[in-house]
Design a protein around this ligand. Sequence first.
Ligand SMILES: O=C(O)CCC(=O)C(=O)O
Ligand SMILES: [Fe+2]
Length: 526
Amino acid sequence: MATKANGGASSLVKMAQTAILDDITKSVRAQSKSASEYMPKPSSSDHRLLINFSCPAFACGGTLQMTRPKQGDEPVEAKTQTSTISSVQIRFGDESEGLTATLPARSEVATRNLSTLIETCAPAAFGRGGEDVFDETYRKARKLDTSQFATTFCPYANGIIDVVAQMLLPSIAGHQRGVKAELYKLNVYSGPSGKFKSHVDTPRSEKQFGSLVVCLPVAHEGGELVVRHEKKELVFDWSTEDPHAEDAAVKWAAFYSDCEHEVLEVTSGHRITLTYNLHATDGVGHVVGNIPAGLLDPTQLPLYGLLKTALETPSFFSNGRVLAMPTTHAYAHTSTDKELLRSSLKGADMAVHEVVSTLGLGCKLKIMFDVEGEDRETDEDMLKTYMVDKPKEVYDSTGAYTYEEEGPLAWANEEFGEDQLPEGKVTWVGEKKQEALNIVIPTYGNEASVAFMYSYVALMVRIPSSAERMQSSSQIRKAAEEAAQDEEPQKKKARNGEESVDSMFEGIGEDMSLSRFPNRGAKAEE
Ligand SMILES: O=C(O)CCC(=O)C(=O)O
Ligand SMILES: [Fe+2]
């Protein structure tokens, strides 16, 4: 009997545990959502970067503790696990008579300047039906535009942006998207009755995915920020009685653009916030082809001068050539990728790509891989290096080779001898650093189609014949000027990525990027 009773009790315990675990699982699932739903509509060029995101929450927030100023020789306690900040300064006012409000306001002057800052702010409007509206029953606040103030507060320097990037824009396939925070307003909600009723922020760019609110250390009561998403609600209560106290802090919250949010009534004091628009960027590691015009000047890279001089020399491959340049880095891709991500080229490989693009030369990426085979003539074992455009042409969904020798492969041979490539049109530049890598890393359980592998790549650069070069040297100059000055990166990318038919690339790849040289396929334009 006793045993039975115990057994009953333990199974009840088990049932309870299972129920709790179920609840936890449901709650985690409910918090998890495809970030693509929060992202702007993908453009054709970057849609592959948006798939498979998952995000843990619709909002996140935290605290930056204020450090007390040191008293005399007093050592400051090292709080290695806590983010700290000593003060936030806001400079405002006319150029000739600008003032600085230092927060927390710990002196008489600072308190006076804080009052002047608040008085300087103008009533804040909100958008209704496409118009700016002033209606204090809906929004009672004052604001300064970014043209009217500057601040020492930097959400990058204190790590907030890193946290936001990781929480709200997790990486896919090793591609971490970057976050650009654009300072938008300084807002003051004063008690009694400062507020901003439920609204959704107006996105200010296609890539805006969220907003960041930073609450400065100024005494106030009330004014909770409530962020809602699908019947869930997060409340950020930043009221603080005494910003001089030990626990004075800067508080922050970030949330997705589609989240409805409101600022509840401030009952006393002043709730002062900095707001930022958060935009997704391609992030470090994915800038090639998307570099804003002028930010990187490829004509300053040593390779530019060398290659330009070579192109101006008539005897340099006078009949035209393809230069095959093995990359110095290996690149990740899945076994089913349709193409390699040009934008992820890095270091020297990125430099080569940018230089040849600026010089108007077509540039194609090909995956290299080695296969053990037999020399047909001597029957000897040998390692053959093949090249292929699309990973899916050579790997099956488990990451294993499925190539066919008669397929879309170009044989480069183990010595990288130029004669082995179709019609002797290719010259290898530099050395293949090591055997092609094929590291398969199963990323999501046994779903082999998303396995990753790293491959060395060859940058295939098209050198036009000297006749073509002569004809177009003025165009090269123009192209270089455009790239250095005002050409839209998208335009440049579109041109480099466009497909064309080029006899020089027959057997090497059917979709060689378009170059700026006129003697190309029908799509050439300049
Ligand atoms: O100050 C806040 O907490 C949020 C303000 C806000 O929602 C806005 O400025 O759009
Ligand atoms: Fe808002």
